[in-house]
Design a protein around this ligand. Structure first.
Ligand code: SF4
Ligand code: SF4
Length: 79
């Protein structure tokens, strides 16, 4: 189900798209999260701050935020 709660609640989406900030429809593919054709899609995972606002707004527990810092630090440890 693509209710869109996560995309509307995401603070990064609000900064990127003024329409989303006012609860409107997405107007750009620069968004972090976007619901299209009934599905929630992560378009730009690199923009995620890990705040978990999306998780808290999902009625179905269908979205889960990975542990962002681990993902950021992994390449440095390989050097
Ligand atoms: S965890 Fe990421 S995708 Fe979820 S609301 Fe925060 S910035 Fe947006
Ligand atoms: S992940 Fe949850 S909040 Fe986001 S569109 Fe799907 S059901 Fe709605």
């Amino acid at each position: 189900m693509g209710c869109g709660n996560c995309a509307v609640a995401c603070p990064v989406n609000k900064l990127i798209d003024a329409q989303m900030a006012h609860g409107g429809r997405a107007s750009t593919d620069d968004l972090l999260l976007k619901v299209s054709e009934g599905k929630c899609r992560v378009l730009h995972v690199e923009k995620c701050t890990g705040c978990k606002t999306c998780e808290h707004h999902c009625p179905n527990e269908a979205i889960h935020v990975a542990r962002l810092l681990e993902a950021v630090h992994a390449p440095e440890e390989e050097v």
